[in-house]
Design a protein around this ligand. Sequence first.
Ligand code: HDD
Length: 710
Amino acid sequence: MSEKNSPSEAAGTHTLDRGNSNAKLDQLERWREDATGEALTSNTGVKVADNQNTLKAGERGPSLLEDFLMREKITHFDHERIPERVVHARGSAAHGYFQVYEPLAELTCADFLNHPEKKTPVFVRFSTVQGPRGSADTVRDVRGFATKFYTDEGNFDLVGNNMPVFFIQDAIKFPDFVHAVKPEPHNEIPTGQSAHDTFWDFVSLQPESAHMVLWAMSDRGIPVAYRAMQGFGVHTFRLVNAAGRSVFVKFHWRPVSGVYSLVWDEAQKLAGKDPDFNRRQLWEDIESGDYPEWELGLQVIPEEDEHKFDFDLLDPTKLVPEELVPVRVVGKMVLNRNPDNFFAETEQAAFHIGHVVPGIDFSNDPLLQGRLFSYTDTQLLRLGGPNFNEIPINRPLCPFHNNNRDAPHRQTINKGRAAYEPNSIDGGWPKETPPAASGGGFVSYPEPMSGVKLRKRADSFGDHFSQARLFWNSMAPHEKEHIIAAYSFELGKVERREIRERQVNQILANIDPLLATRVAQNLGLPAPAGGTVAPLQTALEKSPALSQANLLSGNIRSRKVAILVADGANVDDISHIIGVLNSEGATAKVIGPSSAPVKTSDGNTLVPDATLEGLPSIAFDAVFVPAGAEAAKALLANGAALHYLLEAYKHLKAIALCGEAADLRAQLHLEADEGLLNAAKAEDLCADLVKAMAQHRVWAREPKAKAIPA
Ligand code: HDD
C-alpha cells in the first residue's frame, strides 16, 4: 500500500496517484457497521458474558452439557455447510443494474425491455463447471454466466455460459456428461480439469459434443477475467409482444472491455499462485469503481424463418452465425456492488431457467425443456425445501402473493384464513390477472402442438461437425495453434490409447484434417486417413464474429500494469506512466524486490504495492521498468526480477523498458518487437505501450517465446 504523505514533506514519501489500484479499506469494513456497538448475544438474544470458556465442573474439570451457549454455537457451526452446486460449484457474483436503450415493444411485452428510464436490479454469478467450491478460477473449463433480473413483473433468470453452444442435445444425457467430466469416482482426481480418461471417453463416443469441446479447447476456455467474457443464453428462446406475436431469440452478453484470454502456461500457474484470480479481480474492480459492463444483444429470428437454416434452431449444439442474423444491441448491464456476504448471497442464489416474465417464453429445445425440471429440483436439496425463493437474494423485488404455504424455513407470516382459491372469505384474493399489454398475467405462447409420443432425436439434429468446422475455420492462426496445443495437452493426459485414437480419428478428422494430423503427431499416433462422415454443404465457410482476435475493445480500460522498481528508480518515469495509464482507464501497481520502501531518483521513498513474488507478472497485462542506472543494476542482479520479465515475455505481454533498464533486455537476450519497447524515458514509449496493450498480446512473438523455458 502506498503512503499518503505529500512528496513535498520532509520525510519524502511519494504520493503517487495510482488510480484504482488501492483497495478502499474503509469501504471494505462497511458490513460491520450494523453490529458495531452492539452486545454479543445468543440466537435467542441473551447477552453473553464469556465467549472464551465452556462451562466446566471446576477449573480443570469436565465440560457440562448444561452449557446452552456453547451447544448453540457449536451446533450452528456444525451445520454451516449446505450442499455445493452439483455443477458450477465454484463461482463469484456481483450486484448491478440493467437498462434497455429503447423500448422493444415490437418484440416483447416484457416491462424491463420497454422502459429505457428504468434501471432493473440484477445479480450475476459467474462460475466454472467442473471443480468444487474451493477449486481454482483459471482452469480450462466452460464459465457459467447467470443473471437474475429483479424486474417489476417478477424475476427473470438468464442462466447461460460464456460459450454459445452445449455438449449434449438432450437433457437426459446431462448426468452422463457431468459424471464423465467430474473427477473420476475412484480417486476423485483431477480437480477442475477435463484432461482425464472419463471425459474424453464420453466425448469421443458422443459426436454431438464435438462443437462445444472445440470451444472449450479454444482460448474461450481460459478467460482472463469475467469482464473479458461474452455470455450466451445458448438455447433459442421466444419473445412475445403485447399482440401475442412471437419471434425466436438468442441472447448475447457482449463485454464492453472486449473478449480476451489467458495463455495456457499462465492459466496453470495462476491456478497455483492465485486460485482466486477471477474472483479477486471482479471484487477489486468493483471496489475501486471500475465497473464491469456488458451490452445485451438479441438475435431475432421471425417464426417463418424457423426452418431456413442448415441446422435446427432447437439444437443447443448449434449457434446462429452473426453473419446470417446480426446481433441487435439493446441495452447495458453494469455490475457496481459487491455482495455483503458470500454465503447469504452468492452461495444461496438460486438461478432457474424457468424464471421468466411475461413477454419471454421457451422453445422446444430438449435441453432447455429438461433444465426446466432440474433447477427447481436441485434447489429443493441445496436450499432445504420449496421456500428458497424467500431467501433475500432470491426474493422478487415486486410484490408476490399466492396460496403456497408452510414447508421448512418459511419466513412469510401469512395472515388471513383462506389459503385456497376460489375463496369468498378473503374476497377471493389473491386473484388472477388477465393478460394485458402491460402488467398482465403470464400466458404461455399458444404454439400449436401435435405429435406421436416417442423417444427419438430429430434427424435435423444429426449434423455434428459442420459448425465445429465453421468455428475452426474462423480462428486466427494463433488461435488454431492454441486449440491444437489444448487437445494435445488434454489427450496427452488420457491413459487409454483407444480413447485418444477415437477422438482423433472419429471426431477431429471429421472437423479438419490439419487439426487431426497435428494432434495425432503430438500424441505419436498415425495421421488419420480422412473423416468418417461426408462434410455437408453449409451457408458459411467462416464466421469472423467467432474469433476473439476480432473482439477486442481497442482500448486498455481495466488492464493492469506492473511497475518494477528498485533503489534509484526514476520517479518521473513512474509518475508519467501512472498518469497515462490512469487516463486510459488502466491501473498500475508498484512491484519491489521486497515490501520495504525503495529510494527513488529524487531521494524520496516509495512503498511498493507488492513484491516480485507476491504479485508475479502472470497477474498483469504488461510490465514497465523505469530508468535509473542503480535500479537497473539491482534488478539485473535479482533472479526474481529477471524471471519476472522473462515470464512476461513468454506470455507475450507488452514490456516497456526506460533508459538503463534496456540492459535487462540485453541480459535476457530478448529481441525488441512491437511489444518489447525501449526508450530513454516513459514519455517516449507510453503511446506504443498503450497500443501494444490494446492488442492484448504480441502474437507475432509466440513462435520465439515457445523456446523459452517456463
Ligand atoms: Fe445448468 C447450474 C448453465 C444445462 C442442471 N447451469 C448451472 C449454472 C449455470 C448453468 C450458469 C450455475 C448457476 C449459478 O450460478 O448458480 N446449464 C447451463 C447451461 C446449460 C446447462 C448454459 C446448457 C445450455 N444444466 C443443464 C442441464 C441440466 C442442468 C441440461 C440438467 C438437466 N445446472 C443444472 C443444475 C444446476 C445448474 C444441476 C447446479 C446448481 C444449480 O443448478 O442451481 O440444476
